[in-house]
Design a binder for this molecule. Sequence first.
Ligand SMILES: Cc1cc2nc3c(=O)[nH]c(=O)nc-3n(C[C@H](O)[C@H](O)[C@H](O)COP(=O)(O)OP(=O)(O)OC[C@H]3O[C@@H](n4cnc5c(N)ncnc54)[C@H](O)[C@@H]3O)c2cc1C
Length: 383
Amino acid sequence: MPAHFDVAVVGLGAMGSAAVAHLAARGVKVIGIDAYYPAHALSSSHGDSRLIRLGYFEDPSYVPLLLRAYANWRALEARLREDILTITGVLQIGKPDSKIVSGTRKSCTLHNLPLETLGPDEMRRRFPVFSLDEDEVALLDPQGGYLRPEAAVMGYLKLAAADGAALHFGERVTAVEPSETGVSIVSGTGRYTAAKVIVATGSWIGELVPALRDHAVPIKQVVSWYQPVDGFVTTPQRMPVFIRDEGENGSFFGFPAIGVDGVKVGRHAHFREPIDPNQPNPAVNERDTNLLDSFIRHRLPAAAGLRVRSTTCRYTMLPSEDFLLDLLPDDKRIVVASPCSGHGFKFTSVVGEILADLALDGGTDLPIDAFSFEAMDRFSSPA
Ligand SMILES: Cc1cc2nc3c(=O)[nH]c(=O)nc-3n(C[C@H](O)[C@H](O)[C@H](O)COP(=O)(O)OP(=O)(O)OC[C@H]3O[C@@H](n4cnc5c(N)ncnc54)[C@H](O)[C@@H]3O)c2cc1C
């Protein structure tokens, strides 16, 4: 007889680790299974830092989820007695009518969130590492900052184990098979049954969720770290995390010198090159580093010293560049968590709660209507 669980979580990256911890904390008999080990280099949840911000330029409707995410991150830290979230403020830089600047302003106004507007002169005085054009502004969201992704994933798994979850690493799930009595989870080395299954397999989501095969597209994302020329102006105390709207050249993001590697920068969605999740990550090439080198030299000259490290990570994009958090329409015992289109990490702490709600109650009080299969299909079909 295969071992039976109330809930099985397939994939223990950001979303799966948070889900398994939320479930175990509620006293549920839960198993979590991952093909590799926590925060491994083929996952989407490695690389030292992830941005978190409250005045969400993408859409104001994310703000209530973010408020809950902040509370849940603080709850995680309290249980772990460890720092996961550091507030540095987030600067959102661009022309006043750019998507990032106007969207942030709209979100903050609607939700009554504090926001400071800084022009080029004030930026030079307060945050000299940044170089602004005369017609640009920076909006300072004082509640923004960064998260430590590896520590968060590991922390959730530690708590899940302490609360009694069974955690299996190095075990690839090959099939999730619904039957009349439950759902079977078949792996290379085992077979289990569960009343409910959460599938949170990141860039591999299309393999176990055929409904997402044509929609969820893994792409290459590259980030590089630079030794600052001026270490004084790039510390987290003097350099907020930032996002920069570069118009047709896309948007760039970056972090102060948090660890020994220095200042980290990347371009959101990079060159949008699709990748095969079952192949090793494509190597970082000259085109990748040229893009980031020229950005940092132009926009953050005091940080643009020796490039010491570059790495490839994976974004997995849905057509709307949104999230998908829903029960599978064909079988409501299966909960699906998409890897969130390159901006999901900050929500991990609330997504874990949502996935636990969906598995146990079939619904949640948190506002996720925009993240359903129905919404995705509407977006994907021609207007
Ligand atoms: C470079 C980079 C920068 C980013 N910056 C930000 C940011 O600043 N802020 C932000 O909010 N978000 C950011 N994101 C996005 C965010 O990191 C992702 O949305 C998030 O990490 C996705 O987590 P996940 O759990 O869905 O996927 P993953 O962490 O990839 O986890 C999926 C897990 O499923 C496992 N798995 C897959 N298939 C199977 C199987 N068949 N059987 C068993 N296990 C399986 C994998 O081994 C993996 O561990 C960034 C992403 C990247 C790559």
